[in-house]
Ligand binder design. Structure first.
Ligand code: CA
Length: 227
């Protein structure tokens, strides 16, 4: 699998390359924000490890571009922990984050975890009630209308749909979405739910498919049968 490392500090990039290659990944390194999209288009990496502070174009803009054009998972790397909610939230939809300073071993573990999550999403489910989740294709539709979901929104929907009617607490949702959510707050979950709910309502304005259970969490009010 191909990992694109975007990092402007050559020493850090070299360490990451060494560890990732030792773990069996093919690695390319880009040291400024302007060239990332070209390499993404040409090389089609399986995952992008994206530093936040970059010359040329900062990681936030680059992440937004990757999200707008591809479904490639993005792990943001940042020393600014106060940014993390934003990184993972609606604005950017990064898939995970790593705080600097990090251990290269931790980075490799995180890369592996995110890729595993992408390779083995929830089993496909279809429904007489109109919701279809094609886990292998990362696509979902409601009443025949394709939903344009970020990867995090897709996982959220797949999680809730795995047991319709069950209440998932915010902690359970966080566990389902991220491997390490020490710094992610409830607000992040709420904002993803809000966005997902809005997208479902665009198709079915009269139904509130995702119910908030006050003080507890969320549930999907839609029977989904396994196909
Ligand atoms: Ca940097």
């Amino acid at each position: 699998m191909n990992i694109l490392v975007v990092e402007d500090e050559p020493k850090l990039a070299e360490v990451l390359r060494t560890y990732l290659e030792a773990a069996g990944y093919a690695v390319r390194w880009v040291d400024d924000g302007l060239r990332v999209m070209d390499v993404v288009a040409e090389w089609a990496p399986d995952l992008v490890l994206l530093d936040l502070m970059l010359p040329g174009r900062d990681g936030l803009d680059v992440c937004r571009d990757i999200r707008a054009k591809t479904r490639i998972p993005v792990i943001m790397v940042t020393a600014r922990t106060e940014e993390i909610d934003r990184l993972l939230g609606l604005e950017l939809g990064a898939d995970d984050y790593i705080c600097k300073p990090y251990s290269p071993r931790e980075v490799v573990a995180r890369v592996r975890a995110v890729l595993r999550r992408f390779e083995a999403p929830a089993p496909a489910a279809t429904s007489a009630s109109g919701l279809v989740i094609q886990a292998d294709a990362w696509q979902a539709s409601l009443d025949g209308v394709a939903l344009d979901l970020t990867p995090v929104e897709f996982r959220l929907l797949a999680l809730l749909a795995s047991q319709p009617g069950r209440i998932f607490t915010r902690d359970q949702v966080l566990d389902g979405l991220y491997d390490d959510h020490r710094v992610v707050t409830d607000r992040t979950v709420d904002s993803h739910v809000k966005n997902l709910r809005r997208k479902l309502a665009e198709v079915r304005p009269d139904d509130d498919l995702i119910r908030s259970v006050y003080g507890v969490g969320y549930r999907l009010d839609l029977p989904v049968g396994a196909s």
